[in-house]
Design a protein around this ligand. Structure first.
Ligand SMILES: [Fe+2]
Length: 184
């Protein structure tokens, strides 16, 4: 049965190992097999409007978020500058991955994460997530650093695709504006 304290402790132990992201991936893979237990454990953070509110754990080395994506939501492309593990436990979270190309940002691949799916992202990954469903989707996101305060992150303006320094408030503004931009 999923236990929040145990999960956090196991993630912290993983940080001491040479490949923490792989170990965390295993922990998240196991966690998402118990969606009911996760819903119960995350009752207080579920539906949080900001990343800080969604934080189950936040330190300089580790962030654990309970991420709720509203129906129809899309984010601009952004990076994390740290490894990340995403595990969907209810609904789905399509991920679009990008590369730096000659002409700027180029779409590289897509992966639709459905309930029970887990993805591991390295520190150079650029992605955008969305929720195409008519209901909320829920996922655990674990990052190998402080996702709110990590310096040097980038995001891409959804209107111009220009690279910009990551700014949480501006990202939120883009997310609201993207409701009105037709999906590619
Ligand atoms: Fe992300």
């Amino acid at each position: 049965m999923f236990d929040m304290k145990d999960f956090i402790a196991s993630c912290q132990e993983a940080l001491l190992q040479p490949e923490p992201a792989s170990i965390v991936k295993g922990l998240v893979e196991y966690a998402v097999t118990e969606p009911e237990a996760l819903r119960e454990a995350f009752a207080e953070t579920s539906g949080a409007r900001s990343l800080k509110d969604a934080a189950l754990f936040l330190s300089d080395e580790l962030t654990i978020l309970d991420v709720t994506t509203p129906p129809g939501m899309r984010t601009p492309a952004h990076d994390h500058q740290m490894w990340a593990v995403i595990g969907v436990y209810d609904g789905e979270e399509p991920n679009e991955f990008f590369l730096h190309g000659n002409e700027g940002l180029e779409s590289k691949s897509n992966r639709i994460l459905k309930a029970g799916d887990v993805a591991m992202l390295d520190g150079k990954t650029i992605h955008a997530i969305s929720n195409p469903l008519k209901r909320k989707s829920y996922a655990i996101h674990v990052y190998g650093g402080h996702i709110v305060e990590q310096p040097g992150r980038s995001m891409w303006n959804p209107h111009t695709l220009a690279r910009e320094p990551y700014d949480m408030d501006q990202l939120g503004k883009y997310v609201r504006e993207m409701r009105d931009i037709p999906a590619a």
